[in-house]
Design a protein around this ligand. Structure first.
Ligand SMILES: Cc1cc2nc3c(=O)[nH]c(=O)nc-3n(C[C@H](O)[C@H](O)[C@H](O)COP(=O)(O)O)c2cc1C
Ligand code: SF4
Length: 496
């Protein structure tokens, strides 16, 4: 993972924990409306892909276990991981692109209802993404994948030569000479692996995205409602299709790129179709980027305008992330695919403890606050969810008090300790396992293997009935805090 050159080491310091009474009187543990739904608290576990679905996108017992474990801590809301909206093979990514996925998703809703005693609201993040291929072997790329063109023939001074001869000449060239002959996209396909962009409008399925995506997102949202979810989060963030439409880097010339008004067109059309499919009485919001971070991408002046447009359109919440783009991703090894969390923008998305002078905590706060202010100035009360390095009660409560956000997202902190919410409410904050922001979990995510936390995945391995990785070395969810605790009674009575 990329890290800032300063290499300043930071330690998460959650500060003083509140008493049970202070927690009960706090904003953080007070209710908030998300459109037509009510959250009991302003706490939110944002989407995290744990790589537990089947190879064809179905819910597994491991998926149920993962979400039930978060639900035991009773956060205000949990957002189920990025879930594919198309009915196409997507590896072990959860899917919602066909009705056959509904029964599994219904079980997931039931598991969260049961584990949270009905107190946690459950949303699902709906995702579309474009094709990306692994970085090819150099010779294989030049011999098999590259499309030989007359431009190559001209550069090599080999007019009329058959493809096979051109290919062999290219294989024989050194890297510098090759760089003078291949164009930018060909070189990228060679060095990083081929990746589609929303601007590749010469490809019919890319030109068609504005026609296809509203229906695909609407179909997914209808299924989510049918499965019993409390709402849907449209994934407009990171390296994926919708964020790429929103980005300043989108130069499409068909009315869906260029000026912000055009870049907003498809995200608003998707939202409109989703809304009309699910109705006004069911929450629909989105996750988008407060800053693309990459060169030429959106900055906060764009993203504030985007927030205002989404709020004006009637979105029920705006959840803000940042970065996580392909444009600055690290060069992958041959045989591996580029990963959008490996460059500086990836760092901003999931900042880790080795950082710069600013440190990894709350880097998303200032832009989120600016977006919220713009939304409020425009007369909209749309709740704004901020996430990124938040782990302490005082820190979270301070953001709410200062009007910088309405709901606080805890991703890795909830992974490190899914009982954070419960412990803090019970005045037991000193028992919280504080996230160390090492990104061990993120490295697992990058390998597409089951995500766990290094602070608990080898603890209490003989606990009966726990699920483990197939090699038996890691447990898949955090050990239970105080087995046998009657949570309702404890919340009613306070700690013993
Ligand atoms: C293992 C892992 C998987 C993630 N998967 C998603 C995802 O599916 N969708 C998404 O919007 N963000 C995803 N994220 C980003 C988190 O939601 C969150 O924005 C990020 O970790 C920063 O918040 P934190 O500092 O509280 O962890 C993921 C993060 C991690 C660590
Ligand atoms: S592995 Fe655990 S401690 Fe490390 S960043 Fe992930 S959640 Fe935090």
């Amino acid at each position: 993972m990329w890290r800032p050159a300063e290499r300043v080491r930071w330690k998460a310091e959650p500060g003083r924990w509140p008493s049970r009474e202070e927690a009960a009187a706090s904003r953080l543990f007070g209710p908030v409306a998300i459109g037509p739904a009510a959250l009991e608290q302003r706490t939110w576990v944002p989407a995290m892909v744990p790589w537990r679905a089947t190879g064809d996108g179905y819910v597994t017992p491991e998926v149920l276990d993962w979400y039930a474990r978060f639900a035991r801590g009773r956060p205000g809301a949990i957002v189920v991981e990025a879930t594919g909206i198309r009915d196409i093979p997507s590896g072990p990514l959860l899917r919602i692109g066909d009705d056959r996925f509904i029964p599994g998703l219904r079980e997931l809703v039931a598991a969260v209802r049961e584990a949270s005693g009905g107190h946690t609201r459950l949303f699902i993040q709906c995702l579309d993404f474009l094709a990306i291929r692994r970085r090819p072997d150099r010779a294989r790329y030049l011999r098999e994948f590259l499309r030989v063109t007359d431009a190559h023939r001209r550069s090599l001074d080999m007019a009329g030569a058959p493809d096979a001869e051109i290919r062999e000449r290219l294989v024989a060239l050194d890297d510098d000479a090759l760089a003078g002959i291949l164009d930018g996209r060909e070189l990228e396909a060679l060095r990083m692996g081929y990746r589609e962009r929303v601007t590749d409008t010469w490809l019919p399925h890319i030109a068609d995205l504005p026609e296809k995506l509203p229906g695909l997102f609407a179909g997914a949202a209808v299924r989510a409602r049918e499965a019993g979810f409390d709402g849907v989060e449209l994934h407009y963030a990171h390296a994926y299709t919708m964020a790429s439409f929103l980005s300043r880097l989108n130069t499409r010339e068909d009315g869906y790129g260029g000026a912000l008004e055009n870049r907003l067109r498809l995200p608003l059309e998707v939202f409109a179709q989703v809304r009309s499919a699910v109705g006004a009485d069911w929450p629909v919001g989105c996750r988008y980027l407060s800053d693309d971070i990459v060169e030429g991408g959106n900055r906060v002046d764009d993203t504030a305008e985007i927030g205002v447009a989404f709020a004006a359109a009637g979105m029920d919440f705006l959840s803000l992330s940042r970065g996580g783009r392909f444009e600055d991703a690290a060069v992958p090894a041959v045989g591996a695919a580029a990963y959008p969390y490996t460059g500086p923008s990836g760092y901003e998305c999931m900042p880790q403890y080795i950082s710069d002078q600013q440190g990894p905590f709350g880097r998303n706060v200032a832009p989120a606050a600016a977006i919220r202010a713009a939304v409020r100035d425009a007369g909209h009360a749309t709740p704004v969810v901020v996430t990124g390095g938040i782990h302490g009660f005082g820190q979270a409560e301070g953001l709410l008090e200062a009007g910088q956000a309405d709901v606080i997202g805890f991703a890795r902190q909830a992974l490190a300790d899914p009982d954070w919410f419960l412990k803090v409410r019970l005045g037991r904050g000193d028992e919280v396992t504080v996230c160390e922001y090492t990104n061990y979990c993120e490295a697992l995510d990058q390998k597409h293997v089951p995500v766990t936390c290094k602070l608990w995945d080898r603890k209490e391995m003989d606990e009966p009935g726990i699920l483990k990785t197939t090699d038996g070395k890691r447990r898949l969810t955090a050990p239970v805090w105080r087995p046998g605790l009657d949570v309702d009674a404890a919340l009613a009575e306070g700690p013993d």
